[in-house]
Structure formats: C-alpha cells, structure tokens
Design a protein around this ligand. Structure first.
Ligand code: ATP
Ligand code: MG
Length: 411
C-alpha cells in the first residue's frame, strides 16, 4: 500500500480532473458507495474460483461476527447500491466512481495491495452502440492525456449457453494435453477452465493459443452484436485487435470484453479492462437489466502519462512580512488579492523570522515573485516586488492597485 506524497498528488489530480471532464462530456454521473461490503457480495458476483475471491480479499469479522471485505473492485458494489436504491429497474444509468480497491497480491511494479480505479458502469442499454461508447470514451481520455500507444483488444464471450458448449470442448482439449498444464491450470481445469486462457505463464502460451476458440461457438445474436461493435469502431476510426484468448479475470462477463494494453509496463500491461455483464444484476438479486462497464487502474495510467504532464501547483507569489504591524496588514491584503485576482495562488509567510530566512522559504516554495511588506512599505502604502526566477528589476507597487498589477502578471 503506497503513500501518495505532495510531490505526486498534483499528477493524480491532473489525471483525475481529465477523467471527470471526459465522463461529463458523455453525460456520466458520479456515484459513491462504501469501501466495505459483506463478503458474500463479492463471492456471489466475482465468483468463488477467481484469483480475487480465492486468495486476494481482505476479509475480516466485525464486532457482530459478520464477515466483511474491503472492496477488491467496484462493479459488485455499484450493482448492490443500484439494486438497493432502486436505480436500475426500467432505467438507463451511466455511472462512474473513483477510489481505492484492495487486493492481497504480491506487490510489484504496477501491482499494489491498495490501488485506485476509475470505474464506469452502465445499466439498461443492451446494444453494441453502448459498448462502442465505452470504448470511445476511454479513447478520448487517452488522447486528452497524450497517450497514443495503447492497444485495444476486444473479444466476445457470447451468452452463458454458448459458453457452456464451448467449455466442454475446451475441457476436452486441455484434458488431452493434461501433462502440459501448469499446476494452477490443472486446478482451473476442474473449477473454471476458461480462466486457463487468461494464464500469465508464458510457457503455457503455445498450448493456449492452439486451443479451440470461443468465437467459433458464439450464438448468432452474440455474433451479430460483436459484428455491430466492430463496425461502429471501424466507423469511428478506432483501431483494435480481436484477441480470442481475452476472457477477463472475473466470472460475470458476457458478450463484449475489452482491454487497453501497453508493452511499457512489463507484465502489468492492462491499463483498462471491461465489458458487458448482462446477467450480473439478476445474479445479485435484482430484476434483469443489461449492463456494461470498465475499470481503469490509475497507478498504471499515471506511470504511463506522468512524463507528459506539468502540473502547475507552485504559488504565483509568496508574501514576505517583516514586523508585527505588517502581519495584520499583510493578512488583510492577501485576502483582498485572493478575492480579486482570478486563480491566484498566494502563500503568506507565517512564523516571522529574518528577511533572509523568509526569502529562502519564498524561493523554496517555487513562487515566481515575492511580495514584500516591511516597515518601509507600510509607511508608503506600497508592496515591494522581487522576481525570484527571472532577471528583472525589483519594483514597488501601490497596495490599492496591486490586485490589478497581479492580474496583469498572471495573464
Ligand atoms: P491483472 O490481470 O493485471 O491482475 P485484473 O484482471 O485483476 O488485472 P481488473 O480486476 O479487471 O484487473 O481491474 C481493472 C484494472 O485495475 C486493471 O486493468 C489494472 O489496471 C488495475 N489493477 C488491477 N489490480 C491491480 C493492482 N493490484 N494494482 C494496481 N492496479 C491494478
Ligand atoms: Mg488480478
């Protein structure tokens, strides 16, 4: 679990505000739900035989003896909220959330035990047009963040019925090659054979790539849905790769699944992953509602875009105050400036001290200028201006026109 320090938070804020702007541009609304839920919720939605539920959840008993879990992902929570609050049935919803998720994984670059996701979930829209919208929205976000080397992979998982037929073929195939399966895959063969396709073991790749493809077992409607999606992406000029091995780690997906991947983050190459989960709402006790969404990992995204960003957080000005009288005048003056100068970032020196030590702090703050208020300035009704980052004559500006002068400086 990582601490995020003041030197890093500006980058986070930058990405977060881009995310908010893009989501607003498509009419998505923010929803907030608790960080803990009943353990049962995740078992029922994510699936008992997934990495998350088998070995990654932070689960504990509370004082009543109820089993609770720190949320490992947001979809289940969002669906639970939606059902409980009556947001889903017979309605169309476009929702998003952002916040920490918790998984007890082996920590490594791009993989943490507390990490942050932006999640988007939609309800009430069954068509491929919505799937395309989700992808377009993410593509717009990458563009806004100056990210142009992510690859979009898509696949269709069909319906539960189509998958059942396919699963039998897949099991037969892997059983015929049983000796080539690693330990984890042997276990998955019994519990959740499609997850073998999702293996991260490179030695298993050839076997997996030669396996029967789900695409060949798709039902007609799913096939058409997928063809429509591809057509929409083509029309919108979004490049994609069809990856028949893309099955996603979670159990609840159906039809469209997609991932945005990069080769710049080693094994942790998936930045954003999502798809359709038409059966989940009913599975969690609601009336059936089609649903689709995605989650994007903010740590991985930040790692990719950090170098493109130059967040501006340093104060424009640092107010140096000499003497008790100047403290009072300075405090009032600073408030007036913040009232009148749009967007001004002004730091007022607190704690007294010599000119020298105050200027040192002014410099370290990163401010462009120091405003100086000493005895001399108090007498003349002015403020001294010293440029800290450029060769410019020191000057004095009358206090009553300082706001105007500062506005000009910032323009
Ligand atoms: P992976 O295959 O990398 O384990 P996943 O399938 O478990 O990913 P999802 O549950 O789909 O991931 O989560 C969506 C996104 O959240 C991932 O694509 C990734 O960007 C991010 N993410 C997932 N787990 C972590 C983690 N432990 N640390 C940082 N980011 C993560
Ligand atoms: Mg995982």
């Amino acid at each position: 679990m990582k601490d995020i320090l003041p030197q890093d938070t500006p980058y986070w804020q930058c990405v977060e505000s881009s995310v908010r702007e893009v989501l607003a541009a498509y009419g998505y609304e923010e929803i907030r739900f608790p960080i803990v839920e009943k353990t049962e919720l995740f078992k029922r939605s994510i699936g008992e035989v997934t990495d998350i539920v088998e070995k990654e959840m932070y689960t504990f008993e509370d004082r009543n003896g109820d089993s609770l879990t720190l949320r490992p992902e947001g979809t289940a929570c969002c669906v639970r909220t939606g059902i409980q609050q009556g947001l889903l049935y017979n309605q169309v919803q476009r929702l998003w959330y952002m916040g920490p998720m918790f998984r007890h994984e082996r920590p490594q670059k791009g993989r943490y035990r507390q990490f942050h996701q932006v999640g988007v979930e939609t309800f009430g829209m069954a068509g491929a047009d919505l799937d395309a919208e989700l992808i377009l929205l993410t593509a717009r976000l990458w563009k806004k963040l100056g990210l142009d080397d992510l690859e979009l992979q898509i696949n269709s998982l069909g319906t539960a019925e189509a998958r059942a037929v396919y699963r039998m073929q897949l099991v037969a195939y892997f059983e015929a090659h049983h000796s080539q399966l690693d330990e984890e895959s042997q276990r998955r063969l019994l519990s959740n054979p499609m997850r073998i396709l999702d293996t991260k073991n490179p030695d298993m790749r050839p076997l997996v790539e030669a396996a029967p493809k789900l695409t060949e077992y798709l039902d007609d409607e799913s096939r058409e849905h997928f063809a429509t999606l591809c057509g929409l992406l083509d029309a919108a000029n979004i490049r994609y790769v069809i990856n028949p091995c893309l099955v996603r780690g979670l159990d609840y997906y159906s039809r469209t699944v997609f991932e945005w991947v990069t080769d710049r983050l080693g094994a942790q190459g998936t930045v954003c992953a999502g798809g359709r989960f038409d059966g989940l709402v009913e599975q969690l006790g609601g009336k059936p509602v089609p649903a689709a969404g995605f989650a994007l990992g903010l740590e991985r995204l930040l790692e990719l875009v950090r170098d493109n960003m130059q967040p501006q957080t340093a104060p424009h000005a640092y107010l140096v105050l000499m003497g008790a009288a100047s403290q009072q005048v300075g405090l009032v003056l600073a408030e007036q400036l913040r009232d009148k100068v749009p967007g001004l970032r002004l730091m007022t020196h607190c704690g007294g001290g010599s000119f020298k030590s105050q200027f040192k702090k002014a410099d370290r703050s990163g401010a462009r200028i120091a405003l100086v208020l000493g005895e001399n300035e108090l007498e003349t009704g002015r403020v001294g201006i010293k440029f800290l980052r450029e060769e410019r004559e020191q000057q004095a500006v009358a206090q009553d026109v300082l706001a105007e002068w500062m506005t000009g400086l910032l323009a």
